[in-house]
Design a protein around this ligand. Structure first.
Ligand code: PLP
Length: 360
């Protein structure tokens, strides 16, 4: 027996399962399991990435000033209080490392993103799951679960995999009701899909206990590049910058993300397409007897009568070359999460679900 052992908690972490991407023996497969932008990144972003090939021998910027400036201009935030990371995953990891350790509690919601729990356990902290109300974040339940050991509260808004969100008033009530040692993290991975929503940036500006995380992986179509960012009060950003590696982001990632955020026309086109196809898909599924909550993100959580139905539908979709996501691990065994793809993909999904339900 080896005496070389990791820190407590680490071996209790279950390995993260990514969305599948291929089906044996089938071509014309569509991946709708990872909430990726079906159109990919903007042309300007791709061009910036190509150009970056000529500078690969140079070390990247350590302060990310140019990308933070662009984010500040486009999203209306103070660039001095932006921190960039290897996906928002890294910002979440920094927050857990900086604020939660053994004996501390980290709150996440019942159907919340898996990384909050992983981040807590990786640092020896105790993840605390709080129930949702009909697949919606319940502020009162979160406040009731807070103790003097609560250090972080993670809320994704809109949430993944439910697609639901709570309003600005509820977020404010949550921030104001937390114990003094507790930091609220609003994960805005899908904020860009919500017309007129700032992802919580305004609340960050008005409070000293709120941090917002954002990503280039969803609307901006750069999941493979790994760039995310956080926005918070100066005292928090200063802490996170101390544990951030000086060269955490490559120059290729920095310039590509900057070009992507500046291409607001592409972002708007993608948002509008998603809104249109999401409504179409939700209605088509409902027409086949498959219910879903109103989604504010780029996916739909399709609800089936039972776990067996959801699994059988998943198998059928797979046989038709359509890969969607099972979410039993998110305590939603009777549901499938379906990314809103381009129009042909949405039509294929709706048709196949209709066939499965015996309608077509
Ligand atoms: C996809 C997603 C992220 C983004 O992770 P990245 O590391 O930025 O790719 C963060 N939070 C939630 C809830 C997500 O669904």
């Amino acid at each position: 027996m080896t005496k070389i052992t990791p820190q407590p908690g680490i071996m209790d972490i279950e390995l993260y399962q990514g969305g599948a991407s291929h089906v044996e023996g089938l071509t014309n497969v569509v991946k709708l399991s990872s909430n990726e932008n079906p159109f990919g990144p903007s042309e300007a972003a791709k061009e910036a990435f190509r150009k970056a090939a000529f500078d690969l021998h140079r070390y990247p910027s350590t302060d990310h000033a140019s990308l933070r400036e662009a984010i500040g201009q486009v999203h209306g935030v103070d660039p001095a209080r932006v921190i960039c990371g290897v996906g928002s995953d890294e910002i979440i990891a920094f927050l857990c490392q900086a604020y939660a350790g053994p004996g501390d509690e980290v709150i996440h919601t019942e159907h919340g993103f898996a990384l909050y729990k992983i981040g807590a356990m990786a640092n020896g902290a105790t993840p605390v799951e709080v129930r949702e109300r009909e697949r919606v974040t319940d502020v009162d339940a979160i406040l009731a679960a807070c103790t003097e050991r609560t250090r972080l509260v993670f809320v994704a808004n809109p949430n993944n995999p439910t697609g639901t969100m709570i309003g600005e008033g509820e977020l404010t009530r949550l921030a104001d009701g937390l114990p003094p040692q507790t930091l609220l993290v609003i994960d805005g991975a899908y904020a860009e899909y919500v017309e007129g929503y700032d992802g919580g940036a305004g609340l960050v500006d008005r409070r000293d206990n709120v941090v917002m995380t954002r990503t280039f992986s969803k609307l901006y179509g750069l999941g493979g590049l790994r760039v995310g960012w956080g926005y918070g009060p100066g005292h928090v950003i200063d802490v996170l910058n101390r544990i951030r590696g000086p060269f955490n982001l490559s120059q290729a990632a920095l310039v590509t993300a900057e070009a992507a955020v500046r291409d607001t026309a592409w972002a708007e086109k993608c948002r509008n397409d998603n809104t249109r196809m999401r409504a179409w898909l939700a209605e088509a599924l409902a027409g086949h007897g498959v219910a879903s909550d109103t989604s504010m993100a780029n996916f739909i959580l399709a609800r089936f009568p039972s776990r067996a139905d959801a699994e059988a539908c998943d198998e059928y979709l797979k046989s038709e070359g359509l890969i969607v996501r099972r979410v039993a691990g998110y305590k939603l065994p009777n549901c499938l999460r379906i990314t809103v793809g381009d129009e042909p993909s949405c039509r294929r999904v709706a048709h196949a679900v209709g066939q499965f339900m015996g309608d077509e």
